[in-house]
Design a protein around this ligand. Sequence first.
Ligand code: 13P
Length: 283
Amino acid sequence: MPVGPTQEILKRAFAERYGVAAINVVNDLTMEAVLAAAEELQAPLIVQTSVKHVEMTGVEVMYAMWAEMTKRISVPVALHLDHCPDRAVISACLAAGWNSVLFDASKLTVEENKRQCIEVVAEARRYGALVEGEIEGFKRTEEMTGDEAEHVQTLETVVDFVEATGVDVFAPAIGNAHGTYKTAPHLDSQRVTDIVEATGIPVALHGGTGMSAEQFTDLISRGCAKVNISTALKIAFMKSGYDFMTENPGKYDPPSIFKVQRAAVKDMAADHIRKFGSVGKAW
Ligand code: 13P
């Protein structure tokens, strides 16, 4: 299956308990590099776009890039809009062909989040697209205070949100954060098990950069079928470029630098795909 519903990609991963890498890309080079890693390892993949990058590139250009790059792909891949509080951007991406969206109304009350999320799910269904929901929000690693566990909603609230909205995937706060952890995060893995058992839907693991292989394996076995990676791509992309310029002062040759950046991003993606157990899971 080439480009297809995110639902199908996650359904299989959830049933077989492997993780699908959901990697945020920032431009054409990084999009192509992560797709190449998935193709080489015969792994399903979710390519994520942030609102910032969608707005920077433009919905049409970004989708055209995606459509062209996946034309001949042999592994199951899907295009996902990450953390989006803006309903207009969600509508534009769904209409353009994105396969799934994360409606991020975590700054609103749970009741208002729920009300709007019901509308987003109805809109997404018209395109056969999947919706990921969240009600707690994620900090950046530099904002972590150690009391993250106090800010989570009850299991009852989560179940009510999932049942009322019909979201396909839920993104809970389990002590995870976006960015680079200063020390290994303490994750509430039991919360993943509780949510999966109570709702029957897969969990999206956010803040993947910097988690250990053991943490990934444990959380995936509990039902984290979608594993988000963003910062690791930015580091691979930027650092490889920086290192290249440091080692080759004065070499202002874009194709040479792009080559090392592509290799670094592809390796980073392959490394995560291997850790998530999805090598050879393409169908
Ligand atoms: P990291 O930037 O920590 O990898 O988190 C990615 C993420 O959760 C994107 O939504």
